[in-house]
Ligand binder design. Structure first.
Ligand SMILES: O=C(O)[C@H](O)[C@@H](O)[C@H](O)[C@H](O)COP(=O)(O)O
Length: 320
């Protein structure tokens, strides 16, 4: 519910307010700002094929985004710049909500391109208005490399985000990269259990850790965290944090959250950009019938799930 309260009060939301204020012609904006010509093709959003799919309304109300809902999934399509603005707005809303309700805001990061879409959070107004002292930061997956290695998700997040905001260092939970990968996973799970006992991490009705917000990316093959198609860890239902030694995406040794902990989250933001992911996005959002599911399709959270797509990633959702 948190995303909806942060987000759905009006179609003319913060991220689109400049565009909305001008009351532009919807069709021209649709073509020029959100769906520019790409590789000679013109993408035209069509009447939704989903039940309950409710994209932006008519002329004069045009936004810098298209959004709809499909069941518990919320989807919004932006230009890359608007995606970062909208994500910052939603994250700030959730930060305020959980910091005031629980006295803590537990945020889970992934690696990859996600971190660059956090860039608006380190600028005004958010850099000054968010209570960073309440943030507790975790990783949904991490590569077993030293923290100064270019492959480290910690380093990626530190360089691009964490070094720019005043989160207490003690609230940043990196893995112990000196341990073997199985030990690093065990210690990470133990840390989560300890933080549940002192209510830094909330506990779900089923006794699972309930992180306030997971910010996830997705690979072109539909993997999330280090949960890859066909890997036995997709079925892990005991451990909250586990490990793999054979990641198809290098480096091979990684720790990863499992689906039980991912799906216990209060909020999940899937941040997916680029045409290379359009097929997986289409499969995840459009193709309900198939039985052989991509890892991303196994995300069925108890809380809210919202997709933040750019035009490239959403390109297969709209017919030419
Ligand atoms: O450590 C990792 O490899 C990630 O956590 C991984 O799950 C990532 O989020 C996706 O591969 C998307 O990465 P991109 O956004 O860079 O494509």
């Amino acid at each position: 519910m948190a995303f909806s309260s942060a987000f759905s009060t009006s179609y003319c939301t913060f991220q689109s307010s400049i565009v909305c204020a001008q009351k532009p012609n919807s069709q021209s904006l649709l073509k020029t700002s959100l769906f520019p010509r790409q590789n000679g093709k013109k993408l035209v959003p069509q009447t939704p094929r989903y039940k309950g799919f409710s994209p932006k309304k008519g002329a004069g109300e045009m936004k810098a985004s298209i959004k709809w809902e499909k069941g518990y999934k919320k989807v919004e399509v932006f230009s890359k710049e608007h995606l970062a603005v909208s994500l910052a707005y939603d994250v700030a809303q959730l930060s305020n909500k959980f910091a005031s309700e629980r006295g803590a805001f537990t945020v889970v990061l992934s690696g990859g391109s996600l971190v660059k879409y956090l860039k608006k959070l380190v600028e005004p107004p958010y850099i000054d208005s968010i209570d960073w002292s309440k943030w507790h930061v975790f990783w949904v997956d991490e590569r077993l490399v030293p923290k100064d290695n270019l492959d480290s998700n910690y380093k990626l997040a530190y360089d691009g985000f964490l070094s720019k905001v005043p989160i207490p260092p003690v609230n940043i939970y990196a893995i112990d990269d000196a341990l073997p990968v199985d030990g690093a996973a065990d210690v990470y799970e133990t840390t989560i259990k300890r933080l549940m006992k002192i209510n830094v991490i909330d506990t779900s009705n089923r006794g699972f850790p309930k992180l306030d917000l997971m910010l996830l990316g997705m690979g072109p093959d539909g993997h999330v965290a280090s949960l890859f198609s066909g890997h036995p860890v997709l079925k892990e239902d005991q451990k909250w944090v586990t490990f793999i030694r054979d990641s198809p995406k290098p480096p091979p040794e990684r720790i990863t959250f499992t689906f039980p902990i991912i799906n216990s989250s209060s909020n999940i933001a899937m941040v997916v950009t680029g045409e290379g992911k359009a097929n997986a996005v289409y499969t995840a959002l459009e193709n309900d019938k198939k039985t052989d599911k991509l890892p991303v399709e196994l995300i069925l959270p108890e809380g809210e799930l919202k997709w933040y797509l750019d035009v490239g990633a959403a390109s297969k959702l709209f017919k030419e």
